[in-house]
Structures are given as C-alpha cells and as structure tokens.
Write a protein that binds this ligand. Sequence first.
Ligand SMILES: NC(=O)c1ccc[n+]([C@@H]2O[C@H](COP(=O)([O-])OP(=O)(O)OC[C@H]3O[C@@H](n4cnc5c(N)ncnc54)[C@H](O)[C@@H]3O)[C@@H](O)[C@H]2O)c1
Length: 266
Amino acid sequence: MSQVLGLLTDRIAWVTGAARGLGEAISRRLAQEGAHVVMTDINQEGVEAAAAAIAKETGRRTLPLYCDVTVEEQTEEVVAKTLETFGRLDILVANAGILIAGELTEIPVADWRKVIEVNLVGYFLSARAAARVMKEQRSGVIIQINSRSGKRGSFRNSAYAASKFGGIGLTQSIALELAPYNVRVNAVCPGDLLDSPLWTESLYEQYAKRWGITPEEVRRRYEQRVPLGRTCTYDDVCNVVVFLASDQASYMTGQAINVTGGQVMS
Ligand SMILES: NC(=O)c1ccc[n+]([C@@H]2O[C@H](COP(=O)([O-])OP(=O)(O)OC[C@H]3O[C@@H](n4cnc5c(N)ncnc54)[C@H](O)[C@@H]3O)[C@@H](O)[C@H]2O)c1
C-alpha cells in the first residue's frame, strides 16, 4: 500500500459507484487520509458492506446511501443527507461508470444511450448537486474518474469513449464556471485496471473468445501495450485522486491527468 500522508483530515467526501472496484478503493484511501466518506451506489447491499468495513478499518465515519447517478432527485437527496449528517461537502469523486462494448453497426441504441446516461449525464448530475453546496461554501473539489478512452478512440467501444471524451469537455467547462468560487474540477484518466472485477468477471472472457486466445494471453497482450510494462493498480489511481483532492493541488483545475504507465502522452 502507498504511504498515507493524512492530507485530508476531517474533509467530507462523496464517492459515487462505491460498492466495489475502484470506487470502493478510493473511498478506503480517502478515509485512510482522514476524510469521512459518503459512499453511494445502486448496489445497496454492497455499498453498506463496503462502508461498514472501511469505517471499522479506519475509524472514520462512512455513510452508505442508495443513489442512481442518472436520477437527479437522488443525487440531490445525497447532498441533502450529507449536509444533515456532516454539515458540509468538500470533495466529490464522480466514479460511477459502466462499459457496454459493441460494433458501430450492431450495438443497440438503447445500450449506447445507457452508457452516455450513466457516464456523462450521471457525472453532470452528481457534479451539479455537489456544486450547489460548494459554490456557497466558496470551496470544494470535484474529481471525475475518466479513462484513457477519454483521450483516444476505443476499438468497438464507441459509447464508452464518447462518454469519456464528453466527460473531459464537461470537466473543463465546469472548471471555468466554478473557478471564481474556489471550486476546482479535474479528471483522472486511468489505464486498464487489469485486476479489477470489470476485467476478471467479464472482459478477459469476452476478448479471449473474440480473439481465440486464453484469458492469460489477453492480459499479457494488454500489459505489453504499456510502456511501463504492468497493469494500472488502484493505488496508482488513488495516489493521484488524493493529490488532486488535497491543498497540494490548489493551483490545478480543468485538467485530465493520465495514469496510464505512459500509454497515453497527451
Ligand atoms: N476497470 C478499469 O479497467 C477502468 C479503467 C479506466 C477507468 N475506469 C473507470 O473507473 C470507474 C469505476 O470502474 P470500475 O472498474 O471500478 O467498475 P465496477 O463495475 O467494478 O464498479 C462500478 C460501480 O458503479 C456502480 N454503478 C453502475 N451504474 C450506476 C449508476 N447508474 N448509479 C450509481 N452507481 C452505479 C456499480 O454498481 C458498481 O458498484 C468507471 O468510471 C470506469 O469507467 C475503469
């Protein structure tokens, strides 16, 4: 595990899509850094279990709540409950995201729309609900979990790439709007998290079938594409999230930071 620096003592953070995967890892790391964390997801049971475990491990407070980021009232309700419980909101990590791959001429438009709805509209609604409070406070940090697919097209994965490219446009635009209120907005663009459930429970199998190779070969193929020669880890991403959330990044806004082992250099 990376060194814990205590950079976020008593900050109040909200992480979307926090029941598992990267969202759970970010919630844990923010708590280790001293924050109290509101953890939301559509997987109620999962988010309650993750929140209880993190509170026990870190001694920080966690508040698990049901929230579908595509439903405006639910994002507003999270912010209301956060204020009721903690009195303020300092950090939003807009992490909830889905991936439905498919060829341009095959993918059902309903699937294409769903990806845009969760990854782009969901980010907009979460950021908007958080920003209403942060503007009043005249302080706050919004961080979107984007992807290397937010900067480069992704083969047979147009909905995901379009949603993530859109996320960078949204990040830059609301960074301009919120700068006068001392609210910073940045995105983090991770490379492939090859140990995450997204890969182990679905992508290895899909790609192995498509290319006629084994799941192990799929993994090696992806690792070989990375100049630093290894998978992206939760710690790699959390290190940058903590930095951006902290006062050490107080002169940074409107950025989309690659954490890709050198795979994307723009
Ligand atoms: N796994 C990777 O390789 C990878 C790489 C780059 C970027 N990312 C990004 O990281 C983020 C997290 O991905 P992950 O790999 O942890 O995925 P995951 O599928 O493991 O977790 C996503 C979480 O979001 C929740 N969720 C889905 N739809 C939701 C909705 N409408 N409202 C609220 N919550 C919802 C799910 O229940 C789940 O708990 C995503 O934005 C993804 O695009 C992932």
